[in-house]
Design a binder for this molecule. Sequence first.
Ligand SMILES: [Zn+2]
Length: 91
Amino acid sequence: MASQFGAFTASELYCPKCARAQRVRERLLLILPDGELHEYLCSGCGNSLGQRKTARPGSAFSIPPRPPPRRPAAGPAPSGPLPRRPRGLLS
Ligand SMILES: [Zn+2]
C-alpha cells in the first residue's frame, strides 16, 4: 500500500522500537478547552509516536473571528463639523 499524502493525517510514523515506519492508531489523549489532544500509537508495539492537537469542532476556536467593523479609512470627511483654522494667523 503506497503512502498517501492527500490529507495530512499521519497514518504511518517511524517507530524507533520497531525500527521501521508503522501504521499508527489515533487515540484521544486529552480534551482541552479549545481542542483535543490526540496521541499516535504504534500499531505494532503500542509505543507513543507523537501527538496532535485538533480544534474541537463547533468550538469558538474553529469559527473565524468576526471581521472588525469597518472604519472610514483615512477619509477626508470627518464625522462632525470641524472649526476651520483661520489661515494666515500665526499663533
Ligand atoms: Zn512500534
